[in-house]
Write a protein of this length. Structure first.
Length: 361
């Protein structure tokens, strides 16, 4: 198995209207006609004994380096790999539901119509991935003739996309094009990185077919990297901006996760307080403004401006890998105040709703 840098950086929650019609839709749905609302932990929490482990596990489930992912063990909808024709990809995704990096992979797989099975990982014990020396998510087990483990969301996406386009190479050979490189973080921690993870490994003919103009490829790679290096770091400070928002986030975790009564109460209140202060440290680390909403608004409007008025998506009439990455990161905030504020105060809504539409198809 390949090793990669720690992935699970943040998450929010799924919004209720996804499962059905709401009596009271989100505020950004209740806009007056003509009004422009929008278009379409770094560190763990210290503690001792079971209580500290509980909060620490929940915190890492909700984000690791950048914030939070869902602390839920429940199994999600399953896309059975047995439905694939003989010889096709058989895929199993190990994830935290609302981790933005896991969300990116799901958006990619769903958009390309690839059946896959989901295994929700317990963020405290992580026994579901005890088979792996790599202890982060997402992990994708892929079988296209021989079993392989793929780590790092961008490597997963680039490798599978290359496989779909270039059937000349085996998936095993394609994965070998993304070797892990050992590096040191600013804190002196040893991690693995992939310098070429935003590249599709195509020959000249395939490259011209997928990227008829060189600038198209450069643009896609630039914004995929932007989603990983900047956009994702805005999620946690916004989701935990105030004690009220932090409590709402952990309330969702407890409701969706597998907690006992006392564990749930502890995770909800102690976890919310702890992550509220962690978010302040993240704000300082990433040099965000006092009101972190302004950074979020600026970022998503920058993305909308880059897409432009003459394209449905950055990929043109259909999303490219940059569209899928940005959408995957943003949707982990669904159901939270930060998401509704973003929809009301930016130009993201039309593009976002188009993305929902094409992925649901």
């Amino acid at each position: 198995p390949l090793s990669a840098r720690p992935q699970s950086k943040m998450a929010g929650a799924g919004r209720a209207w996804r499962a059905g019609t709401l009596l009271l839709p989100p505020a950004w749905r209740l806009r007056a006609p003509g009004r422009a609302f929008g278009a379409a932990a770094g560190r763990g929490i210290s503690g001792s004994g079971g209580s500290g482990r509980l909060v620490l596990g929940a915190a890492f489930a909700l984000g690791g380096g950048a914030g939070l992912c869902l602390a839920a063990r429940q199994r999600l909808q399953e896309h059975s790999a047995t439905e694939l024709p003989a010889g096709s990809l058989q895929l199993t995704l190990y994830q935290y539901k609302t981790c933005p990096f896991c969300s990116k992979v799901r958006a990619f797989l769903d958009y390309h119509g690839l059946p896959y099975e989901i295994v929700e990982v317990n963020p405290i014990m992580r026994k579901e991935i005890k088979f792996s020396s790599y202890r982060k998510v997402p992990i994708l087990l892929a079988n296209a003739g021989s079993p392989l483990q793929l780590n790092d969301s961008s490597v997963i996406i680039s490798a599978i996309k290359t496989y779909l386009i270039s059937r000349r190479n085996s998936l095993e050979e394609i994965v070998s094009f993304y070797p892990p490189v050992k590096t040191m973080t600013e804190r002196g921690k040893e991690v693995f990185e992939y310098e070429n993870k935003y590249w599709l490994m195509l020959d000249e003919k395939e490259t011209k077919r997928v990227y008829p103009v060189k600038e198209v490829r450069v643009e896609e790679m630039k914004w995929r990297k932007w989603a990983d290096d900047w956009l994702v770091h805005l999620i946690s400070p916004n989701v935990y901006r105030t004690p009220k928002e932090a409590l709402a986030s952990f309330d969702y975790i407890v409701r969706e996760g597998k907690f006992g009564t006392l564990e749930g109460l502890f995770a909800k209140y102690v976890g919310a307080v702890a992550m509220f202060f962690v978010s302040k440290r993240l704000k300082k680390r990433h040099q965000l403004r006092e009101d972190v909403r302004e950074d979020l608004y600026e970022a998503v409007n920058e993305w909308v401006k880059a897409v432009g008025k003459n394209r449905l998506f950055m990929g043109g009439n259909q999303p490219n890998l940059a569209d899928l990455a940005v959408y995957g990161v943003l949707r982990v905030m669904e159901g939270l105040e930060a998401f509704d504020d973003m929809m009301v105060h930016t130009n993201i809504q039309p593009w976002y709703e188009r993305m929902e539409g094409v992925i649901q198809k």
